[in-house]
Design a protein around this ligand. Structure first.
Ligand SMILES: [Zn+2]
Length: 433
């Protein structure tokens, strides 16, 4: 047994429905076999468990491991291409790089970089857009399994309007996906997700095969893009004729409680109503939305309809792997929406970056906060002395203030240790971002 002593902050109760921050200034977490078995004040736990190994985490704050619900594995090397809208960015920047993952050695190198970058940013659980190439998806699952990352991912499929070398067929997509799932679905911390790239690049036959694969793989997940950019939405409507963007997926049984749709910047009321009924979640990627000029996410409408929302960094259209930066950008975008904006507090941001993501991925019973019974997935944010974050946290008057400073000022460099299942997963040299 190990007793961790730290200032801990988490959000066991949803701040969007009356919950708030839970903070233990001098807290104790007793961890056994990767699970938090008791929590409380350090003094109480130390008295009752004098023989437990002690790990002291002075300064800073211990938070739950962050949960990223939308991030593209093949795009780690193309972050930062500014100045293009979605469809141009895909053609000029993202898709040429995605093609390079056909080469197994290249894919393995990118997988190692990708997993290290996620963990370095404090992300311990992620729903990951895989590659169009099955061996590259194997490389991703292998790297994730070795690293300790809790991952849900799969083969990305498309059969039109990409580059020809990225196209597949309905049968091939099904067969390769099924074979990957046989190797990885439910193995350790890995699970399989069915992933059509987006309706624009998928024929109805291909989406039908995705629906079949989703049904044939018990407890598999579904993820794709939805309503990201107005030109994209108009083209999807032309291609499919009538109906909503969501209908393209829904008619094949792909919209349910194990579905996560990325972006949804331009939803119709009908789509929001349907997603709420189905229990499908939305991955909000605010830096990507801003970088590509996709629009200002209508969080108020999602909340009004009861559509669950969590955060994603979207790399490479985003600006990096840090969910602190995504949280800050989510806050800024809502401020810019004026009267239609949703005022977000630090508690909301932490919730969106942790428990909400765990909920969207059906992992809320395992991760998302630091309650007794959860896996010990945690990050220690400890700013270097003299930095604005260090100064700000030292002079914060409340846990809420201290956490707001983390979202405003922290980078991946301030995440000095990451645990998944109770095991330390990072060393400073591994933190590449
Ligand atoms: Zn994306």
């Amino acid at each position: 047994m190990t007793l961790y002593r730290a200032r801990t902050i988490d959000t066991p109760e949803d701040p969007f429905s009356g919950g708030g921050l839970r903070c233990e200034e001098d807290g104790g977490l007793l961890v056994q076999d990767g699970v938090v078995v008791e929590r409380g004040t350090f003094a109480d736990l130390r008295r009752r468990h004098p023989g437990a190994d002690l790990v002291e985490l002075p300064d800073g704050v211990l938070l739950p491991g962050l949960v990223d619900t939308h991030v593209h594995f093949p795009q780690v090397r193309v972050i930062g291409a500014l100045g293009m809208p979605l469809l141009e960015w895909l053609e000029r920047c993202a898709l040429p790089e995605e093609s390079r993952l056909a080469e197994a050695e290249y894919a393995r190198a990118v997988a190692a970089e990708f997993v290290a970058a996620l963990l370095g940013a404090g992300t311990t659980t992620a729903l990951v857009f895989g590659s169009h190439f099955a061996p590259a998806v194997d490389a991703l699952f292998e790297a994730a399994a070795t690293s300790g990352l809790r991952i849900t991912s799969g083969l990305v499929v498309g059969d039109r309007m990409l580059r020809p070398d990225l196209h597949t067929s309905a049968q091939r997509g099904y067969d390769e996906g099924h074979a990957l799932a046989a190797r990885w679905h439910g193995v350790g911390r890995s699970r399989y997700a069915v992933i059509p790239r987006f309706a624009l690049s998928c024929s109805d036959d291909l989406l039908a095969s995705c629906g079949q694969l989703h049904r044939d793989l018990p407890d598999s997940w579904f993820t794709s893009h939805l309503n990201e950019n107005l030109d994209e939405v108009a083209t999807v409507r032309q291609l499919f004729g009538g109906g909503t963007y969501l209908d393209c997926y829904d008619r094949h049984g792909l919209v349910g409680p194990r579905s996560v749709l990325a972006h949804d910047v331009h939803p119709t009321d009908k789509e929001l109503k349907r997603m709420a009924e189905a229990g499908a979640s939305v991955a909000h990627c605010p830096t990507s939305n801003a970088a590509l000029g996709s629009g200002l996410f209508p969080l108020n409408r999602h909340l009004a309809y009861g559509v669950p929302v969590a955060l994603g960094c979207d790399v490479g259209a985003g600006t990096g792997f840090s969910l602190f930066k995504e949280g800050l950008q989510a806050y800024l975008l809502q401020q810019l929406r004026g009267r239609d904006g949703t005022a977000l507090t630090a508690a909301h941001l932490l919730h969106l970056a942790t428990a909400a993501g765990a909920q969207a991925l059906g992992l809320r019973d395992q991760v998302g906060d630091l309650s007794a019974g959860r896996r010990f997935d945690a990050i220690w944010v400890r700013p270097r002395p003299g930095t604005p974050l260090h100064i700000g946290m030292r002079h914060a008057n409340s846990p809420e203030e201290a956490l707001a400073k983390v979202f405003a000022l922290a980078t991946s460099h301030d995440v000095v240790q990451v645990w998944a299942d109770g095991v330390p997963r990072t060393q400073p040299a591994e933190r590449v971002l």
